[in-house]
Design a protein around this ligand. Structure first.
Ligand code: NAD
Ligand code: TDX
Length: 329
C-alpha cells in the first residue's frame, strides 16, 4: 500500500491504524514534509513502514512507487482554507497537478486508488436548514482550497469513467483528533489555552461543522478500500453538528476555564456557513458507523493528547500564530 500524505494529520493516523490492522501489508509513505508534515508523526510505527521523502508532482518518482504498489491511498494535499486565501499557488500544484500525476501512474500501471476529499467541495448550506449534502449534490466550492479539491475529485471521476481507472472517492466532514496541526480550529484553541492565550473565534462563531473523529474517518476509508464499489463516491460524517462558538466554549469548559474566556477576531472571507453530510450510503452499503459517538469524550481525549505532547506542537505554534496575526485573526 502506498500512502501519500502519510506524515500529515489524517494520513499518519491512517498509517498507524493500517499497521495495527494489517501487520502483513507492506506500507510505503510518500510525503513532501511541508510545514504540515513531520516524519516524527510516524514514530509509533518506526521500522514498520518505508518512508519516501518526495513530492506527488514528481512524475518519475510517482511512476516508480506506483509500479511497485497494489493500492494507492491518496491523502497528500494542502489542507488549510486560510492558507489558500493567502496564497492559492501550492494548492493548485499539490492538489490538482499532484492528483493528476498520481492518476496517470495509476492508469499506466493499472492499480487501485482511493482518493480522500472533503465535504467543502459542495460549498455550504444555510444555517437554519436541515438540508444535507449527498453523493449527488453539485459541486460549488467557495475557497481556493475547496476549488482545488473539487478539481482533484473531478479528475479522479473522469479517469475512472473514461479510462476505467479502479478508483473510489470519499468526502469527509471536519476531522479532529491527535496529530492535527495547530493551525486548525480545535488544536489552535486547545494550545492557546495551554499557553495562556484566549481562544480566537472568527466573526460571530455561528458557522456549523460536522465533527468526525479521525479514527472514524480512517475506518470508513478502510471499508471503502476493501468493499467499496469502483467508481463510486462515499460521503462520511458523524452526524454531530456544532457551531464554532459551542466548540470553543466546550474546549474552555473541559479545560477548567470560564466558557466565555475567548475573543472574537476578524472573520474568514467567504466563510462557509454550514456543512452536513448525509452518510446513509456508507452506513447502509458498508456498515460504517462512528465509534466516537460521544463528541465530548473524543474532545476530552484530544485535549489530553495535546497536554501530553507539548514537544510535538510547540515548534509549530509560533509560525502558525504569526500568520494569523497579520490577518487580525
Ligand atoms: P495535513 O495538512 O495535516 O497533511 C497533509 C500532508 O500532505 C502533509 O504531511 C504534507 O507534507 C503532505 N503533502 C502536501 N503536499 C504534498 C505534495 N505535493 N507531495 C507530497 N506530500 C505532500 O492534512 P490533513 O488534514 O491530514 O488532510 C489530509 C487529506 O484529507 C487532504 O486531502 C484533505 O483535503 C482531506 N480532508 C481533511 C479533513 C480535515 O478535517 N482535516 C476533512 C476532510 C478531508
Ligand atoms: O482560530 C480559528 N477560529 C475559528 O473560529 C480557526 C482556525 C477556525 N475558526 C473557524 C473557521 C471554521 O468555520 O472554525 C471552523 C473550522 O476551521 P478549520 O479548522 O480551519 O476547518 P475548515 O475550514 O472547516 O476546514 C477543515 O475541514 C474540512 C479542514 O481544514 C479541511 O482540510 C477539510 O477539508
Amino acid at each position: 500500500m502506498l500512502i501519500t500524505g502519510g506524515a500529515g494529520f489524517i494520513g499518519s493516523n491512517f498509517v498507524h491504524d493500517t499497521v495495527r490492522r494489517y501487520p502483513d501489508v507492506e506500507v510505503t509513505v510518500l510525503d513532501a514534509l511541508t510545514y504540515a508534515g513531520s516524519q516524527s508523526n510516524l514514530d509509533p510505527v518506526a521500522g514498520q513502514v518505508t518512508f519516501v521523502h518526495g513530492d506527488i508532482c514528481d512524475a518519475e518518482l510517482v511512476d516508480k512507487l506506483v509500479a511497485e504498489t497494489d493500492v494507492l491511498v491518496h491523502f497528500a494535499a494542502e489542507s488549510h482554507v486560510d492558507n489558500s486565501l493567502n496564497d492559492p499557488s501550492p494548492f493548485i500544484k499539490s492538489n490538482i497537478i499532484g492528483t493528476f500525476t498520481l492518476l496517470e501512474a495509476v492508469r499506466k500501471h493499472d492499480k487501485r486508488m482511493h482518493h480522500i476529499s472533503t465535504d467543502e467541495v459542495f460549498g455550504d448550506l444555510p444555517l437554519d436548514s436541515v438540508e444535507q449534502f449527498t453523493e449527488q449534490t453539485a459541486y460549488d466550492p467557495s475557497s481556493p482550497y475547496s476549488a482545488s479539491k473539487a478539481g482533484s475529485d473531478m479528475l479522479v471521476r473522469a479517469w475512472a469513467r473514461s479510462y476505467g481507472v479502479a478508483a473510489t472517492l470519499s468526502n469527509c466532514a471536519n476531522n479532529y483528533g491527535p496529530y492535527q496541526h495547530v493551525e486548525k480550529l480545535i488544536p489552535r484553541q486547545i494550545t492557546n489555552v495551554l499557553i495562556g492565550e484566549k481562544p480566537k473565534l472568527y466573526g460571530a462563531g455561528e458557522n456549523v461543522r460536522e465533527w468526525t473523529h479521525v479514527d472514524d474517518h480512517n475506518d470508513a476509508v478502510h471499508r471503502i478500500i476493501t468493499d467499496g464499489r469502483l467508481g463510486e463516491t462515499y460521503l462520511i460524517g458523524s452526524g454531530d453538528e456544532r457551531n464554532n462558538k459551542q466548540i470553543i466554549e466546550k474546549i474552555l469548559t473541559l479545560m477548567g476555564e470560564p466558557a466565555d474566556a475567548y475573543v472574537h477576531v476578524n472573520d474568514r472571507p467567504g466563510h462557509d456557513l454550514r456543512y452536513s453530510n448525509d452518510s446513509t450510503k456508507i452506513r447502509t452499503e458498508l456498515g460504517w458507523q462512528p465509534r466516537y459517538a460521544d463528541f465530548d469524550a473524543g474532545l476530552a481525549a484530544t485535549i489530553d493528547w495535546y497536554k501530553a505532547n507539548t514537544a510535538w506542537w510547540e515548534p509549530q505554534k509560533g509560525a502558525a500564530e504569526a500568520k494569523y496575526k497579520v490577518l487580525g485573526r
